[in-house]
Design a protein around this ligand. Structure first.
Ligand code: G1P
Length: 285
């Protein structure tokens, strides 16, 4: 069976974007007129996903609100004949039965967040998306699922990063399969430059075999004293095939200010209305 469920962790405190994230959560920050969450959901839907599991903290109900039907707003738009906007909102809505919220009270890491979703995922294979990583262009998740279906093995999105940045990522050691794929032999979460086995970094899109839960249960705290998904995948790669895939889209790190700003400009350059003026406006600034 193909992948139908995605886990989207949204329990982070967004400390790098305070004070903006004091009253709204990080994935609700907009790039142009859509929150990061919206881009992730669109990418997932275009990859055939229809079940969404959000791992969230006690105060973050925003994904649920954003994806639920708002009857009074829809009535208002209808009355004002704002049909285009109405259609956008309607196409965003996800049925309540297809959204699950899982609580992560303490920030114990991405591995802990994923482990908490097992009660809903049961025996399925599934995808994980980190909404901070905005990927514009071709749906990255769709590309990964295609590889997953062919290889019947876990697949991670990967990209080359500069040496100065390897310590921000999970870094891949592996053997080349073709120009886009590696067979992963080991992953190291946030290595020093000296310990990094390559410059190939994991980006926040994963398609995982259900067996990952077995490995996660045995994973101890690692980098940053958190349970790291990277560590569990690395151990799994010793026993089963895991691949990395160089996706076609362009990724923006919206977890930091410069990346977020670049994402805004890149989106504006793709927007049919804004692109006419954005270059000259940027020059003026
Ligand atoms: C997480 C993962 C890391 C990955 C990165 C991609 O780190 O743990 O392996 O390379 O996302 O954005 P975080 O950025 O949450 O520290």
């Amino acid at each position: 069976m193909s992948i139908k469920t995605v886990v989207i962790p949204v329990a982070g405190m967004g400390t790098r974007f305070l004070p903006a994230t004091k009253a709204i959560s990080k994935e609700m920050l907009p790039v142009l007129d859509k929150p990061l969450l919206h881009y992730a959901v669109d990418e997932a839907k275009s990859a055939g996903i229809n079940n969404f599991i959000f791992v969230t903290n006690i105060s973050n109900n925003f994904p649920f609100l954003y994806l639920s039907k708002n009857i009074s707003l829809e009535k208002h738009l209808k009355k004002k004949n704002k049909i285009k906007t109405l259609k956008i909102l309607q196409s965003l809505t996800i049925q309540k039965r297809n959204i699950k919220l899982v609580l992560q009270k303490k920030p114990l890491g991405l591995g802990d967040a994923i482990l908490r979703t097992q009660k809903y995922i049961k025996e399925e294979d599934f995808a994980v998306m980190l909404p901070d990583d905005l990927i514009l262009g071709k749906s990255c998740l769709k590309e990964l699922i295609k590889v997953f279906n062919k290889e019947k093995s876990s697949v991670l999105a990967a990209m080359q990063v500069e040496s100065k940045d390897v310590s921000k990522y999970g870094i891949i050691k592996g053997n080349k399969v073709n120009s886009k794929m590696m067979k992963v032999s080991e992953l190291i979460e946030k290595p020093t430059l000296k310990n990094a086995p390559s410059n190939l970094a994991v980006v926040g899109r994963y398609v995982l075999k259900n067996s990952i839960f077995r490995y996660l249960r045995k994973t101890n705290r690692g980098s940053n004293d958190e349970i790291q998904l990277t560590d569990a995948i690395s151990v799994s790669a010793k026993n089963e095939k895991v691949f990395s895939f160089r996706f076609s889209g362009k990724r923006y790190d919206c977890g930091e200010k410069l990346g977020f700003l670049k994402a805004q400009i890149a989106s504006a350059l793709l927007d049919p209305e804004l692109k006419k003026n954005i270059r000259s406006e940027l020059k003026k600034i």
